[in-house]
Design a protein around this ligand. Structure first.
Ligand code: FES
Length: 217
């Protein structure tokens, strides 16, 4: 028996097999090299001497798998950090493609259905590409009585998209939210992480024209 440590996901387990050079990690299914030192039992009960091998290099992953691996490693492969992991991935990718959800499920060893449920439950996650400028219009009661509908109508006509839609050139995504937490400044919108308050249709037009002209993006 030999204690193995998966270089890919960090899982540690006792391997019972004999005469093998590689074992498959029970958690992430990556091949782990079995250290070959001294006398080893081989199939058939015989023993043979083997030469110690060099330390194995960790498996390197590329693309979405590599990014997911970097993030889940940061959160120490903890399944209860799923929301934080998905938020961080979304910040990196701009949205959550199905390939990323599948990788998260594989690398955290949790069912894909659970990952998908979390990704579709919270409004903060998007399973479709988002524009470079995410505009959120507050349609909470306080902002609505201060003219939020006029702001939303103006944005819809300026951008040519409705709430929940993304422009085909991926420049803008328009969303509505129930409250942005600064009701006294209503009507309020956010563009990416910047708040704009006390808006009028004229002031919101200026902001969008600035972004379109490259002044604010
Ligand atoms: S209702 Fe708009 S910020 Fe609260």
């Amino acid at each position: 028996m030999v204690r193995l440590n998966c270089r890919h996901c960090g899982y540690v387990w006792d391997y019972q097999g004999v005469g093998e050079y590689y074992a498959t990690c029970p958690r992430c299914r990556y091949k782990v090299r079995i250290p070959q030192t001294g006398l080893r039992e081989v199939k058939g009960g015989m023993k043979r001497s083997v030469i110690p091998m060099k330390e194995e290099q960790p498996v390197r992953l590329f693309g979405i798998a590599g990014l997911v691996n970097k993030v889940v490693e940061e959160y120490q492969y903890k399944g209860d950090m799923l929301i934080q992991i998905l938020l961080k991935l979304q910040r990196g990718l701009g949205w959550l493609p199905m390939e990323a959800l599948m990788e998260v499920s594989k690398q955290l060893n949790i069912p894909l259905g659970r990952v998908y449920r979390v990704a579709t439950f919270y409004k903060a996650f998007s399973l479709a590409p988002r524009g470079r400028n995410l505009i959120r219009v507050c349609t909470g009661t306080s902002c609505m009585v201060r003219g939020a509908q006029m702001i939303l109508d103006r944005l819809t006509s300026l951008l040519g998209i409705g709430p929940g839609e993304t422009a085909p050139d991926l420049k803008f995504t328009l969303e509505t939210v129930n409250c942005l937490g600064c009701c006294a400044l209503g009507p309020v919108i956010t563009i990416n992480d910047t708040y704009y308050g006390n808006l009028t249709p004229a002031s919101v037009t200026k902001i969008i024209e600035k972004i379109k002209g490259g002044g604010l993006e």
